[in-house]
Design a protein around this ligand. Structure first.
Ligand SMILES: N[C@@H](CCC(=O)N[C@@H](CS)C(=O)NCC(=O)O)C(=O)O
Length: 201
């Protein structure tokens, strides 16, 4: 498999999961401004959507959309239990988290990364993220991970999004459960390996 990624972007979640599962893969860095790969290929010719993550499959073809990629990867090694079996209520609960992180958290950061977004738009985005974080904070009370006691693909995604708070000046101090979660996930060997690989790339 080939993971098209940009350091620190939402592709980090897929990168972490590949390493958690010990799946063989090639990491291909993408410059999102120029829309080229590190070796100079036109990324839009590979992924017409022009964004990461994208996963080149061993059998040919490309899978896009982080929540689809994360589930595809977890299902390659079901014994690792990074996602419950398809069709179970636990899987729908996981999909509920993935959808929430994707549409309510991840996408709410958009204005904060956009240099031309007006200050009021950025402020409104921060308020919205704060409300969403308050919900997650409450859900994480007494729990190590989103789905309970074991790490899943939703945790890799939430961890990735939490990592952006430092870049955009969002203070996590009022969310101690989120901060503890972030530290807990950061300590995982696969997460440290993904960070090291992205830094060195
Ligand atoms: N719907 C996509 C969105 C992915 C996304 O937002 N990727 C960002 C990085 S975190 C990106 O590549 N942005 C560059 C662009 O859209 O041109 C998903 O959920 O995977």
């Amino acid at each position: 498999m080939k993971l098209y990624f940009t350091p620190g972007a939402c592709s980090l979640a897929s990168h972490i999961v590949l390493r958690e599962l010990g799946l063989p893969f090639e990491a291909v860095q993408v410059d999102l401004m120029k829309k080229t790969t590190k070796s100079g290929e036109d990324f839009t010719a590979i992924n017409p959507k022009g964004y990461v993550p994208a996963l080149g499959l061993d059998e040919g073809g490309l899978l896009t959309e982080g929540v689809a990629i994360l589930q595809y990867l977890a299902d390659r090694r079901p014994e690792a239990k990074l996602a419950p079996a398809a069709g179970t209520m636990e899987r729908y609960r996981l999909q509920e988290w993935l959808a929430f992180i994707n549409s309510e958290l991840h996408k709410s950061f958009g204005p904060l990364f956009n240099p031309s977004a007006p200050a009021e738009t950025k402020e409104a985005a921060k308020k919205l993220i704060g409300r969403r974080f308050a919900y997650v904070e409450q859900q994480l009370a007494g729990r190590e991970f989103l789905a309970g006691g074991t790490f899943t693909i939703a945790d890799a995604y939430l961890y990735t999004v939490l990592g952006w708070t430092g870049f955009v000046g969002f203070d996590l101090t009022p969310y101690p459960n989120l901060k503890a979660f972030q530290a807990r996930v950061a300590a995982r060997p696969a997460v440290q390996a993904a960070h090291a690989a992205e830094k060195g790339s």
